[in-house]
Design a protein around this ligand. Structure first.
Ligand SMILES: [Zn+2]
Length: 198
């Protein structure tokens, strides 16, 4: 489980999840601020307008008809304008992150165009599972490609990061068990940025 802590934005005081914070370093000062505040600072520096996304919540169905609710956040960076979709899962009162996707386009691109591209990416990702379940145990799909995300492991006793596949979080050990059923096989590993298309 990826446990999410809440922080207050040091600019506007808005409550923000740890994973949605941006670290702003200016000279010797280091502030943790929310995405909206960061984007507004960037907009001033770049001399472009910025308005946070209004329609910021959407539920989409996956390959088996299960609904996934995403919060959409906009982030203006020197490299472009990003829209990020994060699935916050509530498990026994604790927030975890399931699916997470992002699209980055040049500054000045209309928000609707970035939004459409993000929706298309989410629909595609939700339609292509990387795991199948045999008697409740997860296994890699075959034939097919296994896609996942590397996440921070907060437990000091665990070895390796956490891995999120199909919006589910696995420990490095659990991931290893899935790999072990492929002994003798070869694999290809390619790291890609969250904003890239596959
Ligand atoms: Zn803020």
């Amino acid at each position: 489980m990826v446990f999410i802590k809440q922080f207050l934005c040091e600019h506007c005081g808005q409550e923000t999840f740890q994973q949605a914070m941006v670290h702003l370093t200016e000279g010797t000062s280091n502030q943790k601020i929310c995405r909206d505040c960061f984007s507004k600072i960037m907009a001033k520096q770049l001399g472009v307008p910025f308005s946070p996304i209004q329609n910021n919540r959407i539920t989409l169905s996956d390959f088996e008809g299960k609904g996934h609710t995403f919060e959409i956040a906009s982030l203006l960076t020197p490299n472009g304008m990003a829209l990020e979709a994060t699935e916050w899962i509530d498990e026994n009162g604790e927030k975890t992150v399931g699916y997470k996707e992002s699209v980055l386009m040049p500054v000045g691109t209309a928000q609707e165009i970035i939004y459409e591209k993000l929706m298309a990416k989410l629909v595609r990702v939700l339609a292509e599972p990387s795991l199948s379940f045999n008697y409740g145990l997860p296994a890699f799909v075959y034939p097919g490609t296994v896609r996942g995300r590397v996440e921070y492991e907060e437990s000091p006793h665990a070895e390796g990061p956490k891995v999120v596949i199909d919006g589910r979080t696995f420990t490095w050990d659990e991931f290893g068990k899935m790999m072990s059923s492929w002994e003798g096989w070869k694999f290809q590993l390619r790291m890609i940025d969250i904003t890239e298309d596959e």
